[in-house]
Ligand binder design. Sequence first.
Ligand SMILES: [Fe+2]
Length: 164
Amino acid sequence: MKMESLQDLYHEELADLYSAEQQLVKALPKMAAAAHHPSLRSALESHLEETKAQVERLETLIKRADGKPKSKTCQAMKGLIEEGSEMMKNRGEAAVIDAGLIGAAQRVEHYEIAGYGCARTYAELLGDQEAVMLLQETLEEEKSADAKLNSLAKQVINIEAARV
Ligand SMILES: [Fe+2]
């Protein structure tokens, strides 16, 4: 992979995010099914719908950038999802497992927030204002998904987990 310009790095970041989101589209239904608390399940399900739209947004961005999606596997997302599925396999108290699932989902969101933040900054520097807007839109969705999980953990799930 050549890395001779910010443009190259930007394309690489888009390919990484594209792989990450595609992996997530497959993983989120499993995580939602494993969630015990209905609010956690619905938070994960509604983020699945957002994630599908984010994949399409990335396809638009990749077309704008260089036309062809690079085949790349985001190893970080693979690892984060693996940790999430280990949590799903655990047996024990529902609230404790749910608290663990929220932790896994928030790790995913934070990874994505970092990736989209970088990509948006590169697009800004490369002078592609339309790409900036699309990336910003996804970045906001990731931040609000994280905030939603955070308040669910703080107000409900972690409290229940602490009681058992
Ligand atoms: Fe996402």
